[in-house]
Design a protein around this ligand. Structure first.
Ligand SMILES: *Cc1c(COP(=O)(O)O)cnc(C)c1O
Length: 460
């Protein structure tokens, strides 16, 4: 199985190459050369087994199937719910897919836990050590810490904006006690952290000297791992026609649903509704065909405060008929002019993919959290509420089951839950001990040179 770049100017690589590199050398994103056809899940199949089958199809010869099975078992044994991504019925024809039973209570654990295993295995094979570096606005950093803490062949560096992540989110990053994890708190915002990481990757000499690698949401392994729960959801509901509503930021999660369908894992057919907050780039792309640069604004659903939905590039590659030149031109124009029109033919095909996107305002998100609580008695996180609000706006249908992805536990956002519903959302007991552990992080000014020097010393 080979992976090619959406911009067509990087050498094809195997699964290991695609995972460990993250971004392709031409600035594009890796996609499989062709879509493998994979047998749908069955209702009795354990989650780790479905994951092993699907990930083996994507890994090809890079990882033997029995090894993949062991890695998946280790990764998914750490979830608090045996079915990993359980569906719970929330109303007539409406289900929540609970993706927050992992160690850091957000859906990013589902992919990150297996990526931690895959990285350690692949690097062990080649005798390398790498420095995984990520910028986080909250959930990614915790999920990465949960996955890589104690890994033998990986050092992890997490940059977060000082006092701009929620206290609970920070606890998950800073209390691992592991020597291979370095937390850097930057006096700045998420974009400052992100641009420091980007410039480290762009500096080839630095990047080679510390063995830099990234696990942000453009990493193919994350998409592959996230396609698994679409397959298990379809099996649980008897492979009937499905409508997924996916709270979206970088669009990795929604794209994974598209990938699952392309690989034959959703025999009943599907629609995917991307639910975005006031950072509505994706909704505008789907509805007007125009991609426009706009600064991100802070909302009650911070993990979705993203102005450039990176994974849209993979979908664009498909709807241009895999025309890498068209994709490259589109993104070059966007980089230069801050806006670009999606090619006409691609736009027509986009409307046939089953995907769409719509935006929910801040006030509606908070109102939805309270309305949902009144209807079901459950507290949902603000990201999930963006999804349930979109589900409400869709035309009800007896033929189609609607599944909203619950992307984080309400308890991860206690301040917002309190504001919206007046209720307290205490941490589950398995996490409460974090509070007593003591946090470890180092605070830096927004000074790229100082941060780099620290990372070089950490990796040295
Ligand atoms: C990351 C995240 C999202 C957005 O997922 P994307 O794959 O970036 O679209 C939604 N909700 C929560 C809680 C998240 O952490």
């Amino acid at each position: 199985m080979k992976y090619i770049s959406t911009r067509g100017q990087a050498e094809p690589v195997d699964f290991a190459g695609a995972c460990l590199a993250g971004l392709a050398t031409d600035g594009g994103l890796y996609v499989p050369e062709s879509w493998p056809q994979i047998a749908p899940a069955t209702p009795g199949e354990p989650y780790a087994e479905t994951a092993a089958r699907i990930l083996s199809a994507f890994a090809g010869d890079a990882i033997p199937t029995d090894v993949m099975r062991r890695l998946c078992t280790q990764a998914y044994d750490r979830f608090a719910h045996r079915s990993v991504a359980p569906l719970t019925q929330a109303g007539p024809g409406l289900w929540l897919m609970e993706l927050h039973h992992g160690p850091t209570l957000a859906f990013k654990d589902v992919a990150m836990q297996i990526i931690g295993q895959i990285y350690d295995y692949l690097l062990g094979l080649s005798g390398q050590r790498m420095t995984v570096t990520c910028a986080t606005s909250g959930d990614t950093g915790g999920a990465a810490a949960g996955a890589f803490a104690g890994a033998e062949n990986v050092r992890l560096v997490i940059l977060h904006p000082h006092e701009r992540v929620s206290p609970v989110q920070r606890l998950f990053m800073t209390t691992t006690g592991a020597e291979n994890v370095l937390n850097i708190s930057v006096d700045g915002d998420f974009d400052d952290c992100q641009s420091m990481v980007k410039s480290m990757f762009a500096d080839k000499a630095f990047s080679a000297s510390v063995g830099l690698s990234g696990v942000n949401s453009i990493n193919w392994a994350r998409i592959a791992a996230q396609s698994v729960y679409y397959a298990t959801a379809s099996a649980q509901l008897g492979h009937r026609p499905l409508r997924f509503v996916v709270p979206s930021g970088n669009m990795g999660d929604a794209l994974a649903g598209y990938v699952a369908a392309r690989c034959g894992l959703l025999p009943g057919g599907l629609e995917i509704h991307c639910a975005v907050n006031e950072n509505d780039t994706l909704a505008r792309v789907f509805n007007t065909g125009k991609m426009t640069r706009q600064a991100a604004v802070a909302t009650p659903s911070p993990a979705m405060d993203i102005s450039v939905p990176s994974n849209f590039e993979r979908l664009l590659f498909e709807v241009t008929g895999r025309d890498a030149d068209a994709v490259r031109r589109t993104y070059e124009t966007y980089a230069q002019q801050g806006e670009v029109d999606i090619p006409e033919a691609a736009r027509a095909r986009l409307s046939c993919t089953g995907l769409s996107a719509a935006s929910v305002g801040n006030a509606d998100t908070l109102a939805e959290m309270e309305r949902f609580r009144q209807e079901t008695g459950w507290l949902i996180c603000p990201h999930t509420a963006v999804g349930t609000q979109i589900a409400r706006r869709l035309k009800p249908s007896d033929a189609v089951a609607t599944i909203v992805l619950a992307t984080a536990a309400a308890t991860k956002f206690p301040e917002t839950v309190k504001e919206a519903t007046g209720e307290d959302a205490p941490l589950p007991s398995r996490c409460a001990e974090l509070v007593d552990r003591g946090e470890v992080f180092e605070r830096f000014a927004s000074d790229p040179a100082a941060v780099r020097a620290r990372i070089a010393a950490f990796a040295g």
